[in-house]
Design a protein around this ligand. Sequence first.
Ligand code: GSH
Length: 210
Amino acid sequence: MITFYDFPMAPSPRRARIVLHEKEIDHETVVVDLSRQEQMGDEFRAINPRCTVPALRLDNGTVLDDNASILAWAEAARPKPPLLGTTPLEKGEVAGWNARAEFEGLLAIAEALRNSSPRMKGRALTGPVDFEQIPELAARGRARLAHFWEVLNERLAGREFLAAEQFSVADITALVALDFSRVIKGEPAEDHEEIWRWRTSLDRRPSVSA
Ligand SMILES: N[C@@H](CCC(=O)N[C@@H](CS)C(=O)NCC(=O)O)C(=O)O
């Protein structure tokens, strides 16, 4: 049986959870309670030495230890529905917008949150190594995120999906960033109407509430 290591409140495993749901890949779920630091314990470290979720253990015991590897495996193992685009051009577009949603969206939120939250003192980056917070980075993260919402709103004008005229991992990463931006009260303004229209339409997909 495939085992998915998850934490329901965290954004990164949610990305993989949506992918597994879209692809209808059967699995059992093990919750790694990040609020109790279970990711740092010996038991989980033996599964994923990177001390992060998501992780996916395959039938043969191999552990895929991040979103990039889980997505690549899932797309190859179960090509339908395609989440990485179909034509060469679509694949390029999807890869580009997924990277932007990750770097300019999700990582900007992480930069703001992890460099300001008292709970994350000494844990400014995820992983096995402790890094101190740099408070100035919190403001930079917020500024980067605000700029990303401008870019996203403009991109979505007249479009149903972020890339490639079909639902893709670019939409998944951007919607996870959008929903998670609530934790830093960094959501886009109400007049970013294209973003809110796109987000509302994605609620039709069962994977979004998986
Ligand atoms: N690059 C990784 C990042 C994974 C990651 O940072 N996950 C967070 C949850 S959103 C985590 O495991 N945090 C553990 C911690 O805060 O120590 C991926 O996307 O797979």
